[in-house]
Design a protein around this ligand. Structure first.
Ligand SMILES: [Zn+2]
Length: 72
């Protein structure tokens, strides 16, 4: 911080403002989105692989109606 006395008698304080930007890869967390995508994908595949086909059809049908997508 720098203090400077102006001719008017007012003291001006000046602080150097610096900003550090830290992105995910610089923080060593660049792999997290990939891990999240892999876990999500395996979860979806596991879920849909073990559920009854009729249940999948009904769920997709309900989502279509809930989102207002034209159906029947
Ligand atoms: Zn429908």
């Amino acid at each position: 911080m720098e203090r400077k006395l102006m001719p008017s008698g007012v003291t001006v304080r000046r602080e150097n403002m610096t900003t550090k930007t830290l992105n995910a890869s610089a923080a060593g967390l660049g792999f997290l989105p990939a891990v999240f995508a892999i876990v999500l994908g395996l979860g979806v595949i596991t879920l849909t692989g073990h559920v009854q086909a009729a249940a999948l059809h009904d769920a997709a049908h309900d989502v279509r109606h809930a989102t207002g997508f034209p159906c029947h």
